[in-house]
Design a protein around this ligand. Sequence first.
Ligand SMILES: O=C(O)CCC(=O)C(=O)O
Length: 281
Amino acid sequence: MSGISTCYFSRISMALAMSTADLVRYFRTTLRDAWEAMSIRSDLDRDGFALVAGVLTPTEIDDLGRAFDGLVDVARTLSGTTEVSGSQVVMQPDPFVLQRVVWCGGLSPVLAKYGHDPRILGLAFQALASHRLTQIIQQAHFKLPGDGLDFSLHQDASNRRYGTDLWTDVDGRGSFVQIAIPIDPMGPENGGLQLVPGSHKLGFIADPATGALPEGAVDLGRVITPRVRPGDVLLLGPFTIHGSGPNRSDRSRRLFIQGYALPGANHRNYPGCGTGVERTV
Ligand SMILES: O=C(O)CCC(=O)C(=O)O
């Protein structure tokens, strides 16, 4: 919150030098941004996730789709999980299943630039209230028709190694936000993200060694699979229980994911980015 206050205080000092028309425009934008920031933070506090519509344009989504296609082309030349050009391609050759490309910006400059895109960083700032962020995740997730891929319900905090020496929870709220952008329309039929609203309030309940959730921790009747459009953005806290089922449709479900930690939280080495890349909002 103090980060947000500092940000708006500096905006007010800049506004003192402006004409009336500029001033009106400026305050309108500032108020809109402040409102959006409050609602993202309050959605994250209440539900464990927040959905922001229309962040990327259709043209950008087309560019991202082409970049994802390029990753599939690279994966088809490989015989198994391999590190290439600073990315890790997680796949099997026969039958061909491309699970994900870790630090995908290594292979694709088009994807790389979204890691420091001001809109994405602005959302991460709103979630974590820090001008300094450490990016540790940039992944391209694929679910091509018939590939059978699914993700059992989990908390991202497990993947961050919460509860071990590899993670320090510097803000006491998990110190991490995941930002997911669908490249294709995503919903129940094509393996869209499943979420358990409010589950973050349980805190970190997974087994730190295996990531498994305790028996009966999730009331499956509370799982939702929202329809999310390409270019919309879904923010998830690290304790929010989520997963996804297989893609049973005849169209792909591709998901572009960025993940940011508060500085000092992560001590784990990730393919492509080591302990992370510093970003400033
Ligand atoms: O790609 C998916 O459907 C699941 C992604 C996910 O659960 C994760 O990255 O934590």
